[in-house]
Design a protein around this ligand. Structure first.
Ligand code: HEC
Length: 127
């Protein structure tokens, strides 16, 4: 009888370990976790991003890139997206692909982290 109890305990422990392993893979799916407000994001997007990225976020020739098909955006967590938009991507950045500046916060210093999170939700709603 004692042996069976040990066996059950070990099975439970193995189950718990497996659950922890599952937890780390669910972290990866947080990459596409969206928490912003799409409606507020649309307003902020129109005000701060559409002049270069277009009203449909598909980009404008010689200005911002298409965000609806951007795998770069898909690969970023919410925090990384906020950090990226705050920093922008100047032409001196080796990652710059267009030779055109992406200004910090799209050139709007008043943009808050919440605004950027909402903008991200809006962009994902267009994808
Ligand atoms: C003055 C023009 C301009 C404005 C305004 C602007 N961007 Fe950009 N953005 C760019 C340019 C140019 C690039 C491409 C830079 C490069 O060559 O890699 C870019 C790239 C990006 C990228 C990277 C896309 C990718 O696939 O590499 C993101 C994300 C982005 N912008 C988000 C925003 C957001 C959000 C806003 C509004 C807050 C915004 N941008 C406002 C010009 C702008």
């Amino acid at each position: 009888m004692k042996r069976i109890q040990w066996f059950v305990l070990i099975l439970v422990l193995v189950g718990l370990l497996a659950a922890c392993g599952g937890g780390s893979s669910s972290n990866e799916s947080q990459t596409v976790a969206i928490s912003g407000d799409v409606i507020a994001g649309e307003q902020a997007y129109i005000g701060s991003c559409s002049s270069c990225h277009g009203f449909d976020a598909k980009g404008l020739p010689g200005l911002g890139k298409d965000m609806t098909t951007s795998t770069f955006i898909d690969g970023m967590t919410e925090e990384q997206f906020v950090a990226f938009v705050k920093a922008g991507r100047s032409i001196s950045d080796p990652a710059n692909t267009t030779g055109v500046d992406m200004p910090p916060k799209g050139g709007n210093p008043a943009l808050s982290d919440t605004d950027i999170i909402n903008i991200r939700a809006y962009i994902f709603s267009l994808k």
